[in-house]
Write a protein that binds this ligand. Structure first.
Ligand SMILES: *[C@@H]1O[C@H](CO)[C@@H](O)[C@H](O)[C@H]1NC(C)=O
Length: 195
């Protein structure tokens, strides 16, 4: 534990080093908080996934959230930010607090908020939400639609325990993707490799 703590401290200190081309401090710390959020989501599990097979659904996790290769750096950050914000919105609700262990849920929401605050410094001021005027469906809109589907699903299933279990697993996939995107951005910025 002591080792892990000192490692964390070291990484936190590193993260306050000079920012890269992004002009903000996107760093290993954000990735660590993201991993901790995933760990919490894993710990929240109450039902065996086997018991909820009948409620499975393909929510169509957007390619933008998985790969992000075709996105510019500021767009990718906006996609991660939107994913975290929407995930927070999903879990920061009354039905959610009825479904989950509130201690773990609070920690998760706090972690998501912490990530959001860190990322806010990295959001491009001009494009703002990352949807450019290129026409078609921007990446942010795609993410919004994906989460819309999740909220509709929960409503349709009347927030059943199985529905929340399915969403918990889906959110783990979404947040895993956002960590990968962050890691890739960190590498692009030379921040992760320098430590
Ligand atoms: C919630 O989770 C925490 C941490 O795992 C545990 O200590 C606590 O007993 C749980 N509470 C309930 C009501 O299950």
């Amino acid at each position: 534990m002591a080792f892990v703590l000192s490692l964390l401290m070291a990484l936190v200190l590193v993260s306050y080093g000079p920012g890269g081309s992004l002009g903000c401090y996107l760093s290993q710390k954000d990735v660590l908080v993201g991993r901790e959020n995933l760990r919490l989501l894993g710990q929240m599990s109450r039902l065996s996934p086997q018991s909820c097979l009948q409620d499975r659904k393909d929510f169509g996790l957007p390619q933008e959230m998985v790969e992000g290769d075709q996105l510019q750096e500021d767009q990718a950050i906006s996609v991660v930010h939107e994913t975290l914000q929407q995930s927070f919105n999903v879990f920061h609700t009354e039905p959610s607090s009825a479904a989950w262990n509130n201690t773990l849920l609070k920690q998760l929401c706090t972690g998501l908020q912490q990530q959001l605050e860190d990322l806010e410094a990295c959001l491009a001021p001009v494009t703002g939400k990352g949807d450019s005027a290129l026409g078609g469906m921007g990446p942010i809109l795609t993410v919004k639609k994906y989460f819309q589907g999740i909220l509709v699903y929960l409503q349709e299933k009347e927030n059943s325990d199985c529905a929340w279990e399915i969403i918990r697993v889906e959110m783990m996939r979404a947040l895993t993707s956002s960590i990968s995107l962050l890691e890739r951005l960190g590498k692009m910025d030379g921040d992760l490799t320098s430590s």
